[in-house]
Structure formats: C-alpha cells, structure tokens
Design a protein around this ligand. Sequence first.
Ligand SMILES: [Zn+2]
Length: 1033
Amino acid sequence: MSQQGYVATPPYSQSQPGIGLSPPHYGHYGDPSHTGSPPGMMKPAGPLGAAAPGGMLPQGHPPHGPHQFGQNGAHAQGPPLQRFPGPPPVNSAAPSYAPYSPSTQSSYPSPVSTSSVAQLGTQLSAMHVNSYGSGMAPPSQGPPGPPSAAAAFQGPSRSPQPSILQPGSQVLPPPPTALNGPSASPLPPSTHRQDGLPGPAPPNAQYQPPPLPGQTLGPGYPLQQANYGPQMAGAQLSYPGGFPGGPAQMAGPPQPQKKLDPDSIPSPIQVIENDRATRGGQVYTTNTRGQIPPLVTTDCTIQDQGNASPRYIRCTTYCFPCTSDMAKQAQIPLAAIIKPFATIPSNETPLYLVNHGETGPVRCNRCKAYMCPFMQFIEGGRRYQCGFCNCVNDVPPFYFQHLDHIGRRLDHYEKPELSLGSYEYVATLDYCRKNKPPSPPAFIFMIDVSYSNIKNGLVKLICEELKTVLEKLPKEDQEETSSLRVGFITYNKVLHFFNVKSTLARPQMMVVTDVSEVFVPLLDGFLVSYQESQSVIHNLLDQIPEMFADSNENETVFAPVIRAGMEALKAADCPGKLFIFHSSLPTAEAPGKLKNRDDKKLINTDKEKILFQPQTNVYDPLAKDCVAHGCCVTLFLFPSQYVDVASLGLVPQLTGGTLYKYNNFQVHLDSQQFLNDLRNDIEKKIGFDAIMRVRTSTGFRATDFFGGIYMNNTTDVEMAAIDCDKAVTVEFKHDDKLSEDSGALIQCAVLYTTVSGQRRLRIHNLGLNCSSQLADLYKSCETDALINFFAKSAFKAVLHQPLKVIREILVNQTAHVLACYRKNCASPSAASQLILPDSMKVLPVYMNCLLKNCVLLSRPEISTDERAYQRQLVMTMGVADSQLFFYPQLRPIHTLDVKSTTLPAAIRCSESRLSEEGIFLLANGVNMFLWLGVSSPPELIQGIFNVPSFAHVNTDITSLPELGNPYSQTLRMIMGIIQQKRPYSMKLTIVKQREQPEMVFRQFLVEDKGLYGGSSYVDFLCCVHKEICQLLN
Ligand SMILES: [Zn+2]
C-alpha cells in the first residue's frame, strides 16, 4: 500500500468542513503560543548555569574527580560484572526483560546479559559504531526487514498472542487486532451488514460527541434515573455495515440491526491483565534504546542500565518517525510524560549523587547537555562527541580517563553519569541565585479564620493536626531533624502574622490591615525551626481557634494572602511552600477580589472557555512573582458553594502546588480524607525553586509543555516546586530528519533546591528509536501515555477554544491515527472490519472516557467549580494517575477470598458487569465507591458494616468501621492497597443499588452511555469506525 499522501488528502477539509483542523496544528488546537527556537542544533545555554568551568582546572588535578561514587578505579579490562557499590537488588531468579540480542544492534549493552567477554566485546564495538553514526551501514534500514528482526529490536511485544484474526498479519508486527473477523467472530454470521461497503454513514448518524439528549434536565438527576437496568446502548446508534465483517456474512438477506457484543470489543481489563501476566513481577532493565516498558498498571522491578526508568519518563511512542511528513501522516503525538521526582520503591536503587566539587558537572560546550551515557569518547579519551548536538568537546583534565579496547572509558561502570539513565549532580554556586547557596526552604501555614471555618470546627481541626504533622517535616536521609522552617498566618479580611520565636513565652500577633499592599511586619521570629520553637508554636495552635471564636467576620481576601506568604519568603531569601486553608469566595475589598460569575448560560457557547479562565488579571502576575521567588502554593479548599476554582486555583497550578477540594466539608465525616491529604502533602518528597530543561538530539525538539509549570520563554520550564506526584508532559516536533542509526535522545535536567537547602541537578536520559516504517511507530506506542497527552493538551485548549471543536479534534485524531494504521500497516481485509494496532487496542475506549470527562462535557448539571478542579487535577498527572482517573478500577468484593492477600480481579466499568447479589468497589484516584446490590449477601453486609441487612446500612458514613472479622479486615486492606501511592486521599461513598446517589456512581461506569451525555464505548467505537471508513474512502 502506498505510504504517502494520506494525511494530505482532504477528507477533513472537504467532507467535514468546519472542524478547524489544519495540518500544522495536529493535536494542538491551534495554540499559537509556542514559537520555538529556529531549527537546527544550536540551543541557547539557558539559565541552568554557565558552562562548566572544568576546562580551566590545573593540570595536576587527579584523574578522578572528588565524586562520592565508588572508590574502585581498578577495573582495568573487560566488562566488570559488579558495577556499583550496592548493586541494584535484582532478584536473580527473575528473568530480565528485553533479552539482549546481538543482531538487534541496540545501543546499550546489558552487562548482566554477558555470556562471554568476547561476545560482549564484539557486540559493544558494533554498537559503538552504529550508535554514533561513524559510517557503518545501519542494521535495520533499507527495505523493511523480516518482522522477527524488527520485533526483536523492540524488546518483548506487549501481547504474547499472535493475531488469530488476520491471516496476513505476520508480515507486519505487531499483530493488529481485528474485531469480529472471520476466524474468531463471536457474532453469528447472520448479522446485518451492507456487504462490507463502509460507504458514507447515514447523515443522521454523524457523531457529535457527546450526544445531547433532547430533554431539558432539571438541576437534580436527569431523567434516566428511572431507567434502571442494563443499558448497553449499542442498539441506540444503529450502525449499518459495521463490525460483523467476514465472508460468512455475505450470505443471507439483511437482518435487523444487532447489538454489538461488548465482550467482542477490546477490553482494558484484558489488556492490563495480559501485560501483568507476561511482564509482572519481573525485572525490567533499561539497557536497550527504544524499549517499550511494561504498562503502568504492571508491577515490576526496574533496573537502570543507561536509560531513565519508566517511573521517571514514559513516552507516547518509543520509536519516533524519521521525518515530519511521516509524523503528520500518522498524527500520533510524540510526547514524553516526565515525573522527575517520582517515588521509587524501596527495592530499587535510589539516585546516585555525583559531586565534581567546585568544577561542577561536565557539560557539552555547545548545547550544554550534561555528561551522560549518550556522550561518545574518542581520541583515546581526550575528547567526546555530544550525543545531542554532535559537537566534539575536550574532556576536562580532571575528568580524563583512558579507553579500553572497545573504546569505552575504563571507569564506565564507576560513574553513574556514564552508565545510568538517571542520577543527580551537586550543583555549584554557578547554579544558585545570586551565586550564593540557598537558605533551607520554609513552609508557611495560612488559615482562613472567617466565621464559618471557626464555627464548623475546621480551624480547630487544622490547628490540632499541625501539632503532630509538624513532627514529620521532610528532611534529608542523613539529617536528624528537618532544616525546614515554619511560619503561621491567619486571615479573614485582614492578615495576622505570628511571632513564634523560641525565646518568647507566648506567641505575638501582628495585624496587617492594609491588604492592598501587603508588607511583612516582622522578620525575626516569623520563620522558625519547629524543633526550637515547638512550645511557642503549640501554644499558638491552641490559641488560634479561641482567638477568633467570637469573630463574626464572613468576608475573606485571597490574593493578599498569597502575596504575604511570598513576600515573607522573599524577605527571608528562601524558597518555600504556602499551605492555604480557604473556604469562600474572596469578596472583601482587596486585590484579587472575586464575584460570583458562575454563568450557566455560557455553557455550550463559544464563551464557555471563560468559565475556565481566571476572572481577574491579578492572579497570573501573582503566580509569576511566586515562581520567580520559589514560592509554591498548595490550596486546601472547603467550599460550600461556588468559590471560583478557576481563579483561586491558578496560582497553585502555575507554582507546582496542589489543589485539594472538599465540597461541603463536615468535620465529623470528612476529616480523615483531609487529614490524610495534609499529612501526605507535608511529608512528600519535593524539590524547590526548580527549573527544568529538556534537551534533545538533533532533528527534533520540545515544542510544548503541560503541567504545574510557568514558562517565561519557550524552553525553560519553571516550577516554584515540584513534588513526587507531579508530571510534566512534553510534546516534541521534528525540525529535521531523524536517523534510525542515532535514534532520538532526550535529556531532562531539573535544577532545584533540596529540603535541606542543597542546590542539585537531577538528570534523566532516555533514548528512543527512530524508524522510517510506520509499523515500527505503531507497535511502539503506549496508549496510557497517549491518553495523558491528549487529556492535557485538550484541557489546556479549553482555555482558548470552544469545547465542541476540541471534542471533534479528539475524535478526528483518533480516527485518523487508526485509519493511517489500517491503510499503511494492516494487511488487506474487509473494509467493514475495524482493525486496531496491538498497542492501541484500548485507545478508543480510553478516548471515549476522556471525552466524557466533565471538563469536556458541556452540561449545566455539572458544577463549574468541579470542572475547573478536575481540569487542574489532570494537568499535573503522571501516566498511572491519568490511567486510573479516566478508566476507574472496579472490583467485585462479594467474591472475596478472605484468606488471600491478592486483590480480586478488576472488571470492566459497565453496569452490565454488576449484579444484584454483588458488592463492588470502584476507585478512580479521587473517589472511591462501595456499591451494594439490593440482594447483597447479608453475611457480607454484617461483616463489613456490622448491621443485619442491606436496609440497615447507613450510607452517610465515609469510612468503614474497623471490625475484627475477616471480611472487614480484608476489604479494608484492599482499600488500603488501592489508596497506596495515590496522590489524593479518595473519598469513600457508600452507594445502594436503586437509590438516588447511585447516579453519581454510575457516571464512573465509563463504558456505558453517560448520564450527562457521552457515548457508550460500543457507540463510540462504531462512530470511530465510521470515521475511519470515511477517511479511507
Ligand atoms: Zn551538545
């Protein structure tokens, strides 16, 4: 089949006018903000510090720098088997991933896989040549090689089964998934079809995501409420000539439309389970360029052997197309989701810290990339060629080392920066503000003490909790106590600063009434060591609830609170984080004052985007100031009505903070969720005053960034702070050709200040493959990462574009990606068949989940604040969190084996999977539901709730009682496991079948038709298929 011209053909512009999709803006919604640097390899030095002064060192400097990494310089020849002091704890019984095959010419050898020194040596020298383009013919170029070689190049295929549906599919790996093909069709052959002619769809069946019901819905639950019962909506969208392809269907007269069997369409659960079965519990080594990691839902041990762990970086595809034409043809976004501070399990090696003393890190003179495994040493070790810009640099004398017979430095395995994908550098003063070491950061707690917060007990709750949680301030491993300092402010329409100096007998309060230009009334005694001032601080926390007990002040300010905290950090010359506990719309006269502008009339108009934008222009410059001073803002919101999350949340978002929202907070019900969040947020790993730079090898570059970030220019990603749960999604575009030989290399460097005030650089390197074969691109995709990218780019676009346009782009791009595969990669088959690449089996169902998210659903029933909140939530999510958020986990509890510690197997999120006799647990990372069928087994109800029957269960509770029996213990343990490692404490809601709150729960059954619109999975698949057929014609 032809591989050209597909994208350029005009189906979008001709047959679907008005979609607003022009070729240069694929996936971008026409955001004009990124201009980028001119193509080419010259990249400005950027503010990550000046060039390393290493070259100026005196000649007498010892050949090994003063690094903290291994003392053994004695590995003379041959590949050492013992690499580092404290080798990664690899279970030797578990097989390694990506068996190293000499024929694959991968870039980074696994020292573990050595079978003999000679063999490894040969491999390495071959790779040495191939990886850095010294002229040898690329191994897998030219005409598409035999599929087995291509498959081996990629590491293990994600799906072990060969395609059983596509007889010719072995020509192109991986096997596509065909639905209802002739050999495996679960459908009877009598199903109606139109002789395989996809043809134009009936005009009235044009997909309009999401379909809007005709009726006007009241403010409560929509009319479907009465419609209880299995609602597989497959029949609602009659789809002629669709799925049931295959020659057998040619016979017989057309018959009435048949529902598509949900079991016959790709199941996310199956995909997750397959990957778990083949790759779970194993050791995944990152020794091979372009290797596809296990899915984010698969537990495994990761061993860094030259590329960053997928915990730090995941990509939408691990094989980039060689040319931009090819990229445009496929329309697969090229993006990386980078979580630079990701939590690493205790059985994996933490990052090594490299210290070159005063000379600082070794960097390429031209592009400023940091020393890494992609640098190629030449000329006996005196020079090295940069893998990013190809510049040949002198090796600084202090860093010199001889090469062995295969051209590798003798100290290769002793230096993390030569052999690992991720490591840290101690930064020199060049990398510090004003060239002086930073002060340890500070946390400032800022409590809204207006009337309602005092009255409902929230202020008392916060103050009580702070007394214990302050004991757990983050610290370096070797520190005895935290270096962080703490400060306290309370506020309503004025601000109260507290002096908690350790020498005081009791705290002193200073009131600032001028909120238009906040100043900090005290320096000495405001930010203190918790350890030193503990008794004064406890005294203060005891007094605060009483101090304001008689206050009737209802009005609050907000922007001045942030400014006060930022000014205090600025005055103390340290970075830090503000913890703001706030409840209401800030209506008091002050900068950033807000009014209720929640206008449902804007929904479904071109002005809907206004609801997502801040209502005043105060907050954006405030965020910019905060970032400039390393002031991160985390906001705990307790709204009982509209508080304008879009405005209040802007500073937290742009400063790398977190927004927590507790609607209608009640101390007796919701404390636990809030306190868990607060503890977790205070204790979590965090870097302050951070700036991230993503460098790439020649031919492509980072063009767009999504996350809790602030961009003052097109390349420097500024973050007042970044914690272990925050991810930045980076999109890449070609600016030249990429070569299969040298691949596509990415280096992410984050300069930051640690909790103890050390300035450091955290480096993550990842090598991807490149190919001129579309099939290689498709088989290397990761749908979970794709959805993360699509979600963030769409949620960013809602600020500027009508939602209808965004939804259409998403649908069109999905169809386009799949049509391109069908046209160029899949073997010929009946047009009526839907063929999905193996790596994208669940792209349609996940895409439909994204389209049904309340941010993209223009429905007045959904609270504006909730939409703004979820938008913000997703913008900083990593891949694991976005996967769970868009496709929740649903697990049966009634089949629980109380003797087992494994989680009950998840099931698909559809009402048809529930049963009256069952109890099910659903979790999406924010919410958790326990759904009780009307005929739930009484012994289970008794075991879990300690009441005799379904009718007795109190659905108001937000946590399960701790009962001594096995049911209770096991269920609580399961909930604990699901909650583990998630950034937000999930709120538990008990839902009884056929009671009204069930409607809320049903919104999370994402394979079904949405209550507020949004197609069922089956319908969406039909629509996408139809679009594909149109594109192919
Ligand atoms: Zn360079």
